[in-house]
Structures are given as C-alpha cells and as structure tokens.
Design a protein around this ligand. Structure first.
Ligand code: NDP
Length: 434
C-alpha cells in the first residue's frame, strides 16, 4: 500500500489474488522464493504520455494516455485500451495485473498489459474520435509491436477506434505487422472476435451450471451493461434458451419481463453501436421499462452476468441476488463484484466466476487472431467458435483442478488465481531474476 498510494483498485485486485493464493503458496513455498511475488506485483514498464488534439470548435484538448506493460513472462504484452473519464493509473494497473493471470489461463502465449486514456468518447463527433485516436497513436506506436505489445479494445474502444489507431500505427511504422487485435475483418480481424467475450462468458457459465446438472434452457438471466460484452452475452444466453430480462448502462436499467428476442437485440445494437445512444433510447423504441438510476441486481434471476464495469455489484446487491435465489454469477466485465460481494456468493453456495476466468474468451480469441495473422490466413466462424468453446471448457477444467475444496464445493476464485499464477510463476522462475 505504501508503494502504491492512491491506487485503491490496484490494491483491491492484488489483495484479492494474494489472499486467495496464500494457502497454495504456503504448501508450495518455492513460489515465495526469488522475490517472485514482489516482482509479480510490480509492472515491468509503465508509459504515461500527453495526448493533444483539436476539437471541432478549433480548441486544443489535452488528455493523458497510458500503457501498462505488466508482464512479458509468457508472451508479448497483451490487453485492451480503455477510453473513459474514470481511467487512471490505479484502474489500468489493476486491469493489467488481472490480464496477466487471465492470459495465462487461456494457455496461449500472451503476457499481460492494459492501457487507455481519460478521454471521454461520449458526445464526441466521428471526426473528433478519429483525431483523438490518431493523436493517441502518435505516441503509442513507439511502445507496441507484434512481438512486443499487442493492444486491443475495451470500454470506449471498439472496432472503429481500433481501426483508427492501428491505421496510424501502420503509417508511422511503415509495417503491416499485427500490432492490434479486434481489427476489422477487412484488415486482418478474426471472425467471432466481437462476439468472443460475451459468448465465452456464457460458455463458461454453461460449464458452471453443468456442475449442478443444469443448463441455460428456461432460466431467467440478468445482464448489466449494453456494450460489446453485454450484447453478445445476451445473444448467446438467448440462443441457449434463457430468458434475458435486463440490460443497463450508467444511467439505469432496462427491464423486459418478456425477455429479449433476436429482433429486440438488433434494435439495441443499432441504438448502441450505430447511433451511440443510451439504453433509455432503446427502451423507448422497444417498449420495455426503463428504471433510471437503478442497477439490474434487484431483479430476481437464476443467473446474473455483470458485463459493464468494475465494482458495479456490491455486498448489498449480492445479498439481494442471493435472497432472490440466484444460482450462478459469471463475470463478463473485469472485477464487477466487490471483494465482499464475491465472498458473499461463495459463502452462500452460489456458483461464482471471477472475470479473469469467465471473460477470458475475448483475449483468447485475440490470441487466435494473432495466430491467424502470423499464418496469413483466416479461419471460418465455426472454427473460431469451436476453439473458443474448447478454450472456455479448458479454463473451467483448470479452475476445478485447483478450486475444489475438501467439502466438494468449488471456489472459482481460488481455482482461477492458482491456475493462472502457476503458469506465470513457472515461466518467471525459469527465466531468472529479471
Ligand atoms: P463497452 O464500452 O462496449 O460497454 C461498456 C458498458 O458498460 C456500457 O454499457 C457502459 O454504459 C457500461 N458502463 C461503463 N462504465 C460504467 C459505469 N461506471 N457504471 C455503469 N455502467 C458503466 O465495453 P465492453 O463491453 O468492451 O467492456 C465491458 C467490460 O468487460 C469491461 O469491464 C471490460 O474491461 C470487460 N472486458 C471486455 C472485453 C472485450 O473483449 N471487450 C474482454 C474482457 C473483459 P455507458 O455507456 O453508460 O458508459
């Protein structure tokens, strides 16, 4: 804490992981040697930079850009870029740390990183977005490369923004190397990458439900958020027979007791992805109820899929979900449940998966995009989807390997942390003190 003052999210993520790892480390003391834990919680490199751009009124705007290169132990730094006013060092360090363990869980050769800016894309014109992305890229390009650091999208950074940043990086480096994932299909993107995090979260939840002899068919599901992850979580849960009753954004929740349909989802996607609107606009168009200022967690459901942002589900929300009989909570977002909420789910016997396990499908498919780019070929939708499913099942199996308690209950928190940690730690030990 002394070394990272004013970084509550980072301390929260590190505390959660180390507390969960501790019993394992006590029985495997070699993982506490060679300063391994101290090294693991210190990012290898942090770049902070000025981003200047000119808005549509001709005024100069100054934002702050970041890239956290957390760990290269098992491959190039890999992790998304986030554009949101809440972005700061603490948030990005927590995300880069989590990303390192998550990427290890996929078993693909990717290290961990994260980056972004405090730039707020809301209300900006298309030209302003492009100018900002290009300005951001004029510094970022020095720090990335196909074998060094391969960023992707995250909150506020979708296919459009990745395209603008990747385009500028290509121009500045005079190289078409695969420096980004989440690219458009026309310039090296992978089929299923946009769907991958949401689909993967639902695939993972499907494996969790199987441990109780259940499937999604006929279950009620709440989803928070309405962005990339949320949209495809809704789609896959629906395809598996669930009734999805909510989506949300930072202004409130849409409640639709009849459940989403493919037609309603198409309207949501139009509103969010093309009109850059709010869920209240969607509610108006679809006739669903909009609950201003409310989070989805008061709605009784069997499965909850938090897909918006960190700390969006607290101990009070967890208590409400538990008393309403929730069976399974799988995180599509990164650290949406507070530590207290996560502990409450486990204590109540709710199947609970932390994001580093259940949302790893996005980065896993980014890994598949890198493989396709390196081979200079494209796999079909079916092929990528099948690999995604297989990877999610593999992560679930890894969680069970390390997360089954003596009483037979499953801690996905411990399972994911130990499985991810062992892979990174073994690689670090093998490569010496560097
Ligand atoms: P998007 O920008 O597409 O969507 C973000 C959604 O979360 C929006 O609905 C947004 O609403 C909502 N949101 C953001 N901040 C807040 C807030 N403070 N309070 C309430 N709602 C909020 O991002 P993604 O869908 O890509 O990312 C969502 C989460 O999933 C993040 O935690 C991200 O790190 C994680 N993730 C994403 C991956 C990916 O492949 N995209 C991979 C793995 C994890 P609003 O418009 O009101 O801000």
């Amino acid at each position: 804490a002394q070394r990272n003052p004013g970084q509550p999210e980072y301390l929260q993520a590190v505390t959660e992981v180390l507390e969960s790892l501790w019993p394992f480390i006590e029985t495997h003391p070699r993982y506490a040697e060679h300063g391994l834990l101290d090294r693991l919680v210190e990012p290898e490199r942090i770049v902070v930079f000025r981003v200047c751009w000119v808005d549509d009124r001709g005024e100069v705007q100054v934002n702050r850009g970041y890239r956290i290169q957390h760990s290269m132990a098992i491959g190039p730094y890999k992790g998304g870029l986030r554009f949101h006013p809440s972005v700061n060092l603490s948030v990005l360090k927590f995300l880069a740390f989590e990303q390192t363990l998550k990427n290890a869980l996929t078993r693909l050769p990717m290290g961990g990183g994260k980056g972004g800016s405090d730039f707020d894309p809301k209300g900006k014109s298309a030209h302003e977005i492009m100018r900002f992305c290009q300005a951001f890229a004029t510094e970022l390009f020095r720090h990335v490369g196909p074998d060094t650091d391969v960023p992707a999208g995250d909150i506020g950074v979708g296919g459009r923004e990745v395209g603008y940043i990747a385009g500028m990086v290509k121009k500045l480096t005079n190289s078409a190397g695969s420096v980004f994932t989440g690219k458009g299909l026309s310039f090296g993107g992978s089929l299923i990458r946009p769907e991958a995090t949401g689909y993967g979260t639902v695939y993972f939840a499907q494996e969790m439900l199987k441990t109780r002899g259940k499937s999604f068919d006929g279950l009620r599901v709440s989803v928070s958020g309405s962005g990339n992850v949320a949209q495809y979580a809704v789609e896959k849960a629906m395809q598996l027979g669930a009734t999805v009753v909510t989506v949300s954004d930072s202004s409130g929740t849409v409640l639709d007791e009849a459940g989403f349909t493919p037609e309603k989802l198409a309207v949501l996607m139009e509103v969010k992805n093309h009109l850059y609107g709010r869920v209240s606009d969607y509610a108006e168009r679809s006739g669903a109820r909009f609950l201003p200022g409310v989070r989805p967690w008061q709605v009784p459901v069997d499965v909850a899929l938090p897909c918006a942002t960190q700390n969006e589900l607290d101990a009070g929300d967890a208590a409400t979900l538990i008393s309403n009989g929730v069976v399974c909570v799988a995180e599509g977002a990164n650290m949406p449940a507070t530590i207290e909420a996560a502990k409450a789910f486990e204590a109540a016997g709710v199947l609970y998966a932390p994001g580093k396990a259940s949302n790893a499908g996005g980065v896993a498919t980014s890994g598949l995009e890198m493989s396709q780019n390196a081979m200079r070929l494209s796999w079909t939708r079916e092929e990528v989807d099948a690999r995604l499913l297989q990877i999610m099942q593999g992560i679930h199996a890894a969680c069970l390997k390390h997360g089954v308690r003596p009483d037979g209950s499953i801690s996905y928190i411990d399972g994911a942390n130990v499985a991810g940690f062992v892979k990174v730690a073994d690689a670090m030990l093998a490569q010496g003190v560097i």
